[in-house]
Ligand binder design. Sequence first.
Ligand SMILES: Cc1cc2nc3c(=O)[nH]c(=O)nc-3n(C[C@H](O)[C@H](O)[C@H](O)COP(=O)(O)OP(=O)(O)OC[C@H]3O[C@@H](n4cnc5c(N)ncnc54)[C@H](O)[C@@H]3O)c2cc1C
Length: 586
Amino acid sequence: MNKRALNTISTLDHVEASKGPIPCSNSVEPYLTDESSSFKGVAEKVFLPRCEAEVVQLMREMYSRGVEVTVSGSGTSLTGARVPFGGIVISMEQMTSTPMRPGFQALQFKDQRTNREYRVLTGVDQKGSFMIAPPGITLEIVEEVLKPMGLMYPPDPTEKTATMGGSVATNASGSRSFRYGPTRSWVRRLRVVLPFGEVLEVRRGEVKAVENRFIIETSSRGVIHVPLPTMQMPRVRKNSAGLFVEEGMDLIDLFIGSEGILGIFTEIEVSLTQSRETFQCLAFYPSRFQALAFVEKVMSLSRKPAGKPFMGDFTNPLSLEYYDGCSLKFLDWGGKSPIPIPGNAEAAVEFEQEVDEETLEVCMEKWDELLDEFHPIQTYVAFTEDEKRRLVEFRHSLPEAVNQYVRTRGVSKVATDVAVPEDETQRMIDFYEEVGRRAQTERVNRRLGLSPTHIMSMEDESLIFKDEKEAQGLKVASLYFGHIGDSHLHLNFLPESHGELEYMKNLALEVVKKGVELGGTVSAEHGVGKKFYLEDGTVKPLLELMYSKEVLLGMAKLKLAFDPKGVLNVGNMFPKEYLTEAANRL
Ligand SMILES: Cc1cc2nc3c(=O)[nH]c(=O)nc-3n(C[C@H](O)[C@H](O)[C@H](O)COP(=O)(O)OP(=O)(O)OC[C@H]3O[C@@H](n4cnc5c(N)ncnc54)[C@H](O)[C@@H]3O)c2cc1C
């Protein structure tokens, strides 16, 4: 085989027929923002294609006219990634059924409320069970249809209304990524409509980069050379910031996490695994040092590459989550916790362990031993569905309480999504603590009208807080929680006013810079979308905190190979001007 044949793939000419006029949404408004509420876009029209052929038809037309297109899933992004700034929106919400084909089992579901039908196909081959899913199906419905089969799709982002398409485009992950890895680990095959309207089918393992490029043969545009930028990705377990690029990489990995800038997914094939019984545990500790020592011990027992299947180990959890003292105080103060929080708790660790009937007893003994070694104040163990539901509520109640807190004060949440290499977790936590103390001091001094560097005394406190509990709650200016097993903790600031908001945005920027300095990523799971930062009065894409502008121009050049007119998901990862600059260099 010659060298060129090694990395050449062809687009597909033939797609199923369109179903008539492509429907449009009555209202554009709901598509002009996302869950971050930080971006407000504009668009002329929102199309709701029902099948791949309609996506192809739309892209061919828009590309030929040079009209910008933004792809939308459920709009749960926190980065403005699905927010359009001109042109049209293609929303994938009606593409919820994979077309039937022989040799597969169809799993169907009809939502009685909306009358919408959902269908995935499942099969088994030498690599195990797999599912062929449409892009617009949500993760909660996937969970629903797979459950009776005893199967599950392991990536478990908290937001279950996200679509399969959106979660692949952002390489989403969740608490179980500690064991199962992010979405990337589970994607086997993708069908992608390229910006100029041809379909590419990419199967994992079939096309590898050779000499830092891919070669794609197309019907309408001849041979496309896709050059990979020269760059080093951060050495973290989870990363959703920027394109995935490494030597000898698989073509499918270029599309996963590409935030829709290279093409639109119309069919997604993923591996599945057997769902097993689990129990969950939440342990409260009197100090963060005890909690972190417990985490370190669990990590040392479960150090295995992400994405490996169940090994039958007794202390090999699916997830390992952490809550700092401020998170617990904040929940307790607001009366929002479905599980009572001990008054002297300064940290909590949550984990989920797979079990089966035979090993349950010995597994519980092992965990008891492990827990006892680090002396928790109290543990909450969940076996039944009801007990587990309370734990899920506990986990969700924190971000919800934070959102409500800032909403009622008319400000936005300031949050980070940084992950660092495992051996830098402690240093990152120390920095969160330091920044948290600064935010707290600033808050109290602001209230007292003192200088920002004033160190508060007991008398100062009694002047502004009515009672001890209120003092504890209101002093919480920031908190951090999340996926400690993946060295990925979300730091949230809780601004009370617009003045505090600006101050906290600067602190958050310091935190992201620190994460990068430690070899981490600016975004472990949300992606970067249209997020930016200000430096010396200049607006820069968030990704530029992690990579040089040259690398971003390299990504822009790569995008231009697929999208020479620059029409698809413009503004994600890097601004439009970078496309122009990269084009001028060609
Ligand atoms: C409360 C809350 C909790 C969250 N928790 C998590 C979490 O635990 N883990 C996590 O990873 N994220 C989390 N998120 C972020 C968000 O849910 C994810 O980024 C999700 O994957 C986005 O999916 P979506 O369908 O809503 O996509 P959208 O928000 O609509 O779009 C996101 C991106 O995907 C692109 N896209 C959508 N569909 C396609 C397609 N078919 N082809 C190509 N590109 C496409 C869009 O253009 C956009 O760039 C959370 C969000 C919220 C609000």
